[in-house]
Design a protein around this ligand. Structure first.
Ligand code: SF4
Ligand code: SF4
Length: 100
């Protein structure tokens, strides 16, 4: 069973923005994404908030497949800063997975 890391969101947030708590899982972001990315931001951001570190790390490819185009962000009814959150996740993956 995977362990939860209660500090994960603070680690991801290190020097960067990460704020997804306003997300209401409406699915608009997934519907408009030109890459058809369903996981981002609905599930992956929630994994971060819940401390599900292993689930975040195994989705490295998805985190890097985002174009940072912000089509999802401009359509998000909750005003989640999706692209900045993805950037923060990439910094986290660089540090924790790629050891950069
Ligand atoms: S559009 Fe915004 S509120 Fe809706 S699921 Fe995506 S991030 Fe959450
Ligand atoms: S920034 Fe663009 S590619 Fe990335 S999840 Fe949003 S719509 Fe999809």
């Amino acid at each position: 069973m995977a362990l939860l890391n209660p500090d994960l969101v603070d680690v991801v947030r290190q020097n960067n923005e990460f704020n997804a708590s306003a997300c209401m899982n409406c699915g608009v972001c997934s519907a408009v994404c030109p890459m058809g990315i369903e996981l981002l931001p609905r599930k992956l951001f929630r994994y971060v908030l819940l401390g599900m570190e292993d689930q975040v790390k195994v989705n490295t490819e998805t985190i890097y497949s985002c174009l940072l185009c912000k089509v999802c962000e401009v359509n998000c009814p909750a005003g989640v800063h999706i692209a900045e959150n993805v950037r923060s996740l990439r910094h986290f993956i660089n540090r924790q997975v790629f050891r950069l």
